[in-house]
Design a protein around this ligand. Sequence first.
Ligand code: ADP
Ligand code: MG
Length: 166
Amino acid sequence: GPFPIYLSGAVQKGFGRGGKDLGCPTANLPDDALPQMVDVTPPGVYFGYAQISARTSDAQVDGPSSGTLDEEQIKVHPMVMSLGWNPFYKNKKLTAEIHIMHPFNADFYGHEMRAIVLGYIRPELDYTSREDLIEDIETDKRVALKSLVRPDYQKFAHDKHFDLAL
Ligand code: ADP
Ligand code: MG
């Protein structure tokens, strides 16, 4: 299979499509972080690990930046990622949005984000109700956490991809 897939880039401002309202903020990777992924994987929901650097990267950022993160926040955490068609590019480009399963007390736009995608959970669905969507996100998180318990996956939490210069 295509996994593991290594991704990195400065966290971009998204469309604010209600990630936070749904209790599920998603940090966007820049477009150029994705070419590797598009060729090998379909749109949908994925799981893996992610890490945020304590400081903002030098890369250009469209949107507000933020302060420093504490020691807990810059650890490697489980994540769920949505890979979806981007309406801004007439659905010709894919966008990767990562929800990190850890409470952050501040935004981290502009910070370097590293991720390792380890598996596919499900295709993207059209939701008729907000409740159904929220329920599926909760299921995705449980599936991710359960999968990541396996030692074959856990070793990626210690991958050198996450040796960020903090
Ligand atoms: P946007 O449309 O800008 O992506 P969101 O509502 O999806 O807006 O919020 C995403 C932002 O929230 C991230 O870029 C990040 O700065 C912040 N954030 C806070 N906690 C998390 C988290 N657990 N996972 C992902 N992003 C988070
Ligand atoms: Mg988002």
